[in-house]
Design a protein around this ligand. Structure first.
Ligand code: CA2
Length: 147
């Protein structure tokens, strides 16, 4: 099984500011955690981060035929991007949306997610652990699609 993990704008700045919302650990630690979890679970993983909406669309499209599932934190594009929603619909791969913070209790503009409309699950408010839960969810979910 192969997963794409896609992180959106500013997530490469983790740990530098706003530790009260996003935690004190940096992006490299997140990559380490995802790598460790996937190695432990026997999953192949490729991680991406981009600050550009069109590049995220390109990455999602490139998952088609290469990956079995997608873990995505679209960051601020969560609340604005029909293009990312359409790309997820186009590839039709099982996708889990992850947010470090609990977007349901934050500003009203963060409470709606376009990509969530094409995701099989949303995990929010668990910090880095949300990514681990997303990987474990897809590990169970993807074989169950093959009937
Ligand atoms: O909670 C999440 O994971 C978010 O996707 C993070 C985004 C935010 O726009 C979403 O509403 C929720 C922000 C990404 C990281 O932003 C930083 C800001 C300051 C310092 C470091 C990262």
């Amino acid at each position: 099984m192969k997963l794409f993990v896609i992180n959106g704008p500013n997530l490469n700045m983790l740990g530098i500011r706003e530790p009260g919302i996003y935690g004190a650990q940096n992006y490299e630690s997140l990559m380490q955690l995802i790598g460790d979890v996937c190695t432990r679970e026997g999953i192949e993983v490729q991680c991406f981060q981009s600050n550009h909406e069109g590049e995220i669309v390109d990455i999602i499209q490139s998952a088609y035929g290469k990956a079995d599932g997608i873990v995505i934190n679209p960051a601020a594009y969560t609340h604005t991007s029909v293009a990312i929603l359409d790309a997820l619909k186009a590839v039709a791969l099982p996708a889990v949306e992850v947010h470090l913070s609990d977007i349901s209790v934050r500003e009203s503009f963060r409470q709606f997610s376009y990509p969530a409309l094409a995701c099989v699950k949303q995990i929010a408010g668990l910090g880095f652990e949300g990514y681990e839960k997303a990987v474990l969810f897809l590990k169970e979910y993807i074989p169950s699609l093959v009937k």
